[in-house]
Design a protein around this ligand. Structure first.
Ligand code: ZN
Length: 443
């Protein structure tokens, strides 16, 4: 049993409670008491403790192109060429090194769980590795080494466009050839204390219509979460309308993909009818605002989606930055720019997007500081230049609106301290590890 004593903790409702004693055993929170002085045997958490942050959408290898893909690359499709050039160089070893360092960066940012939308399955010429899951295994081991939970959203990717053009070049690495072979490859994978196996449909571009419902059925039978990229680009909508006479959302509805266990990523370019379909189905929406702004995707109708019934979560996606406070507040701030009004979502709701909603979307009972939940916590210092003054005001709101990843001082995953004093316990110099992994890959 490990006990933690939080100076301030967010126990829900967007407010901070003082002197919170959090008991944990076997990785789970067993008791929460407030207004209690710190007992001698408790690990002290100074600042504001929130549930561990959940990064619901990651393509871990994109970390290698931070910066150089962001300047002078004209549009989404040109950016994709830069990204594919890196995808072509990866193997299980260099992917492992890059992923371990990137997940350690996530841990330092307060992230206790990542959803890895993983489609880089096969060798450079498209042949299957001796271990068909060698690449997926590399990212799972990397997350374990970095001390964070992972939901491996193993992605089905079968065609180059909505009309079924075959995959060529680097895209052959994604190709399982049929949804049945994709499902077969997943078969030997099973959940552990730190791993959930999930499924993903890359997009309506990359999976033929006939495979959509079978994939959704398969994941539901296995009790897996299902994720799908949705309407990130207007070109995808136009091609889908051309081929099927339906928007991507209407197509996913017709093929029974949308459900409370499904998460649609981006959902940027939607019609009114799309928004209603997503909300009525209870599909979660994963917003990735720092990526969407970087790629000039546009601003999705997050607040309307939430009002119509879709929970919101967030992801750092292409890792232009890894800072879930920035992702969460961007939902509200982007909405302000679009509408000319303030006050759409409260700070507590934005924090829920970065915690409980993400955990649910990835299949974990986490994201709240309460008995029965996984003992995943992140503590933010309230004495940094950005967060100072929070104790005298609204600690939760100031954290959501002003804190950065650099203000996280302690991270606990399953009752184990992973970050202490702003340093990773198992990866001593995360910057150096990232530098080495990226330099080796890019030169
Ligand atoms: Zn993505």
């Amino acid at each position: 049993m490990t006990r933690f004593h939080a100076e301030l903790a967010c126990l829900g409702g967007g407010t901070a409670t003082a002197d919170v004693l959090i008991d944990t055993a076997d990785g789970v929170i067993t008791g929460v008491a407030s207004g209690v002085a710190a007992p001698a045997d408790a690990v002290e958490l100074r600042g504001l403790t929130v549930p561990g942050l959940v990064n619901a959408h990651s393509h871990v290898f994109h970390r290698a192109i931070r910066g150089h893909s962001q300047s002078g690359v004209a549009d989404f499709w040109a950016w994709r060429d830069v990204m594919y050039a890196v995808a072509a160089r990866l193997d299980p070893d260099n992917l492992y090194a890059l992923a371990r360092a990137t997940y350690a960066e996530m841990a330092l940012a307060g992230i206790t769980t990542v959803g890895e939308f993983h489609y880089l399955h096969h060798d450079r010429d498209g042949t299957t590795y001796e271990d068909p899951n060698a690449m997926g295994d590399a990212v799972v081991r990397a997350a374990n080494e970095a001390g964070i939970r992972i939901t491996l959203l193993d992605t089905c990717y079968l065609q180059a466009n909505v009309t079924g053009a075959p995959l060529g070049g680097v895209q052959r690495r994604f190709d399982d050839r049929s949804w049945e072979q994709w499902a077969q490859r997943l078969d030997p994978l099973s959940d552990t204390a730190m791993l959930r196996v999930g499924g993903a449909i890359h997009s309506v571009r990359a999976v033929p219509r006939a495979a959509l419902e079978p994939i959704a059925d398969h994941t539901r039978r296995q009790g897996m979460p299902l994720h799908v990229h949705l309407s990130e680009q207007p070109a995808e909508n136009a091609a889908c309308l051309d081929a099927h006479g339906l928007t991507p959302t209407a197509l996913l509805t017709a093929e029974r993909v949308l459900a409370p266990t499904t998460t649609a990523v981006h959902a940027t370019h939607l019609t009114e009818a799309d928004i209603t379909l997503l909300g009525q189905s209870g599909t979660t929406i994963c917003m990735c605002p720092t990526t969407e702004r970087d790629l000039a995707d546009g601003v999705g109708p997050a607040v309307t989606l939430a009002r119509r019934g879709s929970p919101l979560c967030v992801g750092s996606d292409a890792h232009a930055m890894i800072d879930l406070f920035e992702e969460a507040r961007a939902i509200e701030l982007d909405e302000r720019l679009v509408t000319g009004h303030r006050g759409h979502l409260r700070a507590g709701e934005l924090l829920t997007a970065a915690t409980a909603a993400g955990a649910a979307a990835l299949g974990w009972d986490a994201g709240r500081i309460a008995p029965g939940a996984l003992a995943d916590l992140a503590t933010v210092r309230l004495d940094t230049p950005r967060t100072a003054g929070a104790r005298a005001g609204d600690p939760v709101a100031q954290t959501v609106y002003a804190a950065t990843a650099a203000d996280v001082s302690a991270v606990v995953v399953g009752g184990r301290v992973v970050v202490d004093g702003g340093e990773h316990v198992d990866v001593p110099d995360v910057g150096a590890a990232l530098d080495a992994a990226i330099t080796a890959l890019m030169t």
